[in-house]
Write a protein that binds this ligand. Structure first.
Ligand SMILES: [Mn+2]
Length: 314
């Protein structure tokens, strides 16, 4: 597809968004475009469906640019890092009503969008956006570079996941050249955790179960934990990383109990196991090495279903 995103810059009003409870990649890509449009003197609104607050460990991003009051209709929407409209949360309607829906993503087969700029092999959505900006000859300034690098760092697990290709390093190198501040970003994302969150992590670690036969490790966060440690769910995304540390485990699951008693699951894998297929059982989505889902089943049932599915794939 040869279409340019700049074709739509004069087709306002414009809205920029990403998946619900956005991560570093969805936020980084969205804010990068917002900054670019601002430099071009093009108005655009930006917001996300967030359960509580935006994650504090990503607050080096320009959160102040979030639009407080949205319009009721947008002619053009840019959607980042979101494979299906159901993941837009409360903004699903406003996005689907738009005339031009530009989906920029790296999920496998996004199911919507009048224009899709998608590469499921790309490590991050910010990588896809970076390529596009270069193609359209835009200059990436320091603020944009910080945003793009954030998505690259978080979606590659700090340049460690198998998606960390030479191109990823080349892009990172170029972003550093543009002034991206890798140490400030990394310190904010990974180098410091709220004291309470660290205490919660110890509980999650205590609960880890390792099923050696199928190389599967898992743990659960309950609503009572959020209360006990006075912490928002958004602040606990990093906990899956503790679960996936278990040596020998190829598949890691962290279940998070929701306010209504249902569960959200985060899955991670090593050694090429495709956890997207596990999430798909629950109509979830994501990537080979990282995926997620929601389920109204009980904790026990979810774990049983996943274990059975892993066994069929061994
Ligand atoms: Mn992503």
């Amino acid at each position: 597809m040869n279409e340019k995103i700049s074709t739509f810059f004069d087709k306002g009003p414009i809205f920029i968004t990403g998946h619900v409870n956005p991560d570093g990649d969805a936020l980084g890509a969205s804010f990068c475009l917002k900054i670019l449009l601002q430099k071009e003197n093009i108005e655009a609104d930006i917001n996300f469906d967030i359960a509580n607050t935006l994650p504090s460990n990503l607050d080096h991003l320009p959160y102040e640019l979030i639009t407080k009051k949205l319009q009721s209709y947008y002619e053009t929407v840019f959607v980042f890092d979101c494979g299906n409209p159901g993941r837009l949360g409360k903004y699903e309607d406003i996005v689907l009503k738009a005339k031009n829906i530009i989906v920029i993503d790296h999920h496998i087969n996004p199911t919507f969008g009048s224009l899709q700029i998608v590469d499921s092999e790309a490590a991050s959505t910010t990588q896809v956006l970076y390529r596009q900006l270069l193609k359209e000859k835009y200059v990436i300034d320091k603020d944009m570079a910080d945003c793009l690098l954030t998505g690259l760092i978080t979606d590659t697990g700090r340049f460690q996941y198998p998606n960390t290709t030479m191109e990823v390093f080349n892009i990172a190198s170029d972003l550093l050249k543009q002034g991206a501040d890798i140490s400030t970003i990394s310190e904010n994302i990974y180098g410091s955790i709220e004291f309470n969150a660290l205490k919660l992590q110890s509980e999650i670690i205590n609960r880890i179960i390792y099923d050696e036969d199928i190389k599967f490790t898992y743990s659960t966060i309950y609503q009572k934990d959020y209360k006990k440690y006075n912490i928002d769910a958004e602040e606990t995304d990093f906990l899956i990383d503790a679960v996936r540390l278990v040596r020998g485990a190829d598949i890691a699951l962290l279940l998070k109990e929701q306010v209504d008693g249902t569960f959200k699951g985060s899955l991670r894998s090593r050694n090429n196991f495709n956890v997207q297929e596990l999430s798909a059982i629950f109509d979830g989505g994501g990537h080979k090495a990282a995926s997620g889902f929601s389920s109204t089943s009980s904790e026990e049932d979810i774990i049983k279903i996943i274990k059975n599915e892993i066994r069929t794939k061994l």
